[in-house]
Design a protein around this ligand. Structure first.
Ligand code: CA
Length: 378
């Protein structure tokens, strides 16, 4: 089997209702899909998280290196790309482009062998995964303590046993809204908060102390990703577990977060931190330090399928303060027209539980018409 063509599809969809988090307001959703064709007629799919056009340029420029290669040699290809661009691309778009390529190569490997990726990685350890609901973003109008409480209660009644709230809007405001969400979902549903690195260590600790009594499952990205010591400072000051890693790349990037115990939960994005090959290594690295792994997912059904294949082979954790202690899938509940349409059979939850796809490769089928429908004009 040889690679014959590599394509990067940049997709964009306008939202019916814009929404915001601590650092930006979304009016559109974009997706960057990697498609790798082979001489045996098999096609592999991947996705890159991050700036879509820049990542597409990375993937397109790497295509000359990929064409003619054997896609089964994913480890060799990963190392070849990484070492060629090591001097300039240890983090960011080079690794995000490589992530989408690596996922597509795993999809091809699975299709060629007729096995789901998790079987090729030695699993499954589980065939279904508990999901937590990511939503609770700010709207342009209304009182957040009212509309977010309503939204959170809705996720709880759908069967999700944890929800994630966006914070980073000021310590007092965050504390007030967090309390409103806890009241809305009751004491038994997990409550996670995510500041998207809006704070410095001092403010993050101040917020943490105000909400420590609300049984917060984790405090995600309290401080900027470069501030490893700040993560550790927050972690040491609070009893709330600290999560981070969606802006970090490769096992080399995660080394300091893990070995200095700056976090309790590592959160690489499979479509950004180096793909399935690298994220399996980061997961093993985290396990070595007895840290939890919770993949960041903010993409289409390809990103969800990749995360699920990995979640199927990640071991359970020693208990911390959040139930359950099985690794969880981040299940984005915000509006995403591309995510809804791209898979012929969408990935759904049933009472907060998601089945790991068990077809060959990623176990998904792409609706090619959607690639044209949402193609971004260049
Ligand atoms: Ca996040």
């Amino acid at each position: 089997m040889k690679i014959t063509k590599v394509r990067a599809h940049v997709l964009e969809a306008r939202l019916s209702q814009p929404f915001s988090y601590s650092r930006a307001r979304y009016t559109t959703r974009t997706t960057m899909v990697v498609e790798i064709e082979t001489d045996v007629g098999l096609v592999g799919w991947g996705e890159c998280y991050g700036p879509a056009r820049i990542n597409a340029a990375v993937v397109e420029s790497l295509s000359t290196l990929l064409i003619g290669q054997d896609p089964m040699r994913g480890e060799w290809i990963w190392r070849e790309i990484y070492s060629r661009y090591r001097d300039h691309g240890q983090k960011g778009s080079i690794i995000q482009g490589l992530s989408g390529i690596d996922i597509a190569l795993w999809d091809l490997k699975g299709k060629f062998l007729g096995q789901p990726i998790h079987r090729l990685m030695g699993g499954p350890l589980r065939s279904e995964v508990r999901a937590y609901a990511t939503g609770l973003y700010r709207r342009d109008e209304g009182r957040p303590d009212v509309y977010l409480a309503e939204e959170a209660a809705g996720y709880a009644s759908e069967g999700f046993n944890a929800v994630k709230l966006k914070v980073g809007f000021g310590v007092s405001e965050d504390a007030r809204v967090t309390k409103a969400i806890r009241d809305a979902i009751g004491p038994t549903v997990g409550l996670l908060i995510d500041a998207n690195h809006a704070y410095d260590a001092v403010s993050a600790i101040k917020l943490g102390r105000k909400i420590e009594g609300l049984d917060i499952g984790w405090f995600e990205e309290p401080v900027p990703p470069e501030d490893v010591a700040g993560h550790r400072q927050v972690r040491e000051a609070l009893t709330i577990p600290i999560a981070s890693g969606e802006c970090e790349f490769t096992r080399f990037g995660f080394r300091d977060l893990i070995t200095t115990r700056a976090v309790d939960i590592v959160q690489p994005d499979t479509c950004s931190a180096g793909g399935l090959s690298e994220c399996k290594k980061i997961a093993d690295f985290a396990e070595t330090y007895n840290l939890r792994y919770a993949p960041h997912v903010w993409g289409s059904g390809i990103a969800m399928a990749a995360a699920l294949q990995l979640l199927a082979v990640i071991p359970s954790f020693t208990p911390l303060s959040l139930n359950p202690v099985e690794p969880m899938l981040e299940f984005d509940r915000t509006e995403h027209p591309i995510r809804e349409a791209l898979l012929l059979v969408p990935i759904e939850h049933r009472k907060g539980i998601v089945q790991v796809p068990d077809g060959p490769g990623l176990g998904i089928e792409i609706d090619r018409r959607v690639l044209e429908q949402f193609a971004k004009a260049t």
